[in-house]
Design a protein around this ligand. Structure first.
Ligand code: FAD
Length: 299
């Protein structure tokens, strides 16, 4: 797919847009793993990849990785940007740097509280909510601005209605595309999209899918990010406890069925949380491309 803004890609692509999320590696071995995953997944011709920002002071690392993936692999790439640990001026400096690299897509986030802390505290001179970052980006830069949303509500939100109202404020600040938190029950996504449309949110809402590769890890992730594992899936994971290969096989099969149903219902694409590994995502996207469930989608 050509290098372009993500909103334009979604508007013009005849097939769903598949995208892959990576995180910046911390070790030389991690870097080799990431490059191997990018190389393997490049063959699947993703619409774009995105690179997370981990830690309060890691924005430069994300930008450099995104620049390299785009330049060396010819894949469109989006940099995750968070409010965490940065003043407005530091955010502007990072956005200027991103602009200088020729990048066109930004994923604007508040960021998680630092390890061990339960609530997010804004940096002095910085921002408190992602909506403020979206406003800063869209008022001063020409980027396509992507943001996060939560089909099962953000864990800090008092209730789903409050979370939806905050999402509407964020989208009104200039969001072009939303990507969801990971989820395992498609009904949660379908109901969320209906509620978002009722609330006047019209931008594409791309489902974010994490293929399960490790049972303990997914239980840890879901406990912090506000996603639930349906009881039947939880039972199936528990039955396979201690058999890593069986868990990974189940993860691929489950995510393939989940994506097929989403695409058949008209989802605009799938954003895969790859955890810097390629085999699961590769198997799922390959099966989807062969079976083309989106051809059954309502037009
Ligand atoms: P917000 O949109 O600001 O929402 C956070 C909470 O504040 C919600 O409960 C919301 O309801 C509430 N809220 C919003 N506005 C208001 C208001 N005006 N008044 C009161 N409450 C309000 N984290 C990272 O650290 N790095 C990453 O790279 C990263 N990538 C991600 C990618 C995706 C696709 C997703 C879904 C999440 C990602 N995260 C990342 C996690 C994210 O930073 C956390 O979920 C964080 O807790 C919330 O970020 P947000 O941008 O959704 O925040």
């Amino acid at each position: 797919m050509a290098l372009m803004r993500i909103d334009e890609m979604l508007a013009t692509s005849t097939d769903p847009v598949f995208s892959f999320e990576f995180f910046p590696p911390k070790t030389p071995q991690g870097e080799r793993n990431l490059l191997a995953a990018v190389t393997a997944l490049r063959e699947l011709e993703p619409g774009f990849v995105s690179v997370t920002k981990t830690g309060a002071s890691a924005q430069a690392q994300t930008i450099e990785l995104v620049r390299r993936i785009r330049a060396d692999h010819g894949i469109e790439a989006a940099a995750h940007f968070t409010c965490a640990g940065a003043t407005r001026d530091q955010l502007r400096a990072s956005l200027d740097e991103l602009r200088a690299t020729g990048l066109e897509n930004v994923l604007a986030l508040r960021g998680d509280p630092p390890n061990g802390e339960t609530s997010f505290a804004a940096t002095a001179g910085g921002l408190t909510h992602a909506s403020e970052l979206v406003a800063l980006v869209t008022s001063e830069y020409p980027f396509c601005t992507v943001a996060a949303c939560y089909p099962e509500s953000h864990p800090e939100a008092p209730d789903a209605d409050a979370d939806m109202a905050h999402l509407r404020t964020k989208v009104d600040a200039g969001v072009h595309v939303l990507i969801t938190n990971l989820f395992f029950a498609n009904d949660a996504y379908f109901a969320f999209v209906r509620r978002a449309r009722d609330a006047g949110i019209e931008v594409p809402i791309v489902p974010g899918i994490m293929p399960i590769t490790n049972a303990d890890q997914i239980k840890r992730f879901t406990s912090v990010c506000g996603a639930t594992i349906p009881p039947g899936l939880l039972d199936a994971l528990d039955v396979r406890a201690g058999d890593a290969e069986a868990v990974a096989d189940l993860g691929v099969a489950y995510a393939t069925l989940q994506c097929a149903e989403l695409l058949a219902a008209g989802a605009p694409g799938i954003h895969f949380y790859t955890l810097n590994r390629s085999p699961a995502t590769r198997a799922i996207v390959s099966a989807l491309r062969l079976s083309r469930p989106w051809q059954a989608a309502p037009r």
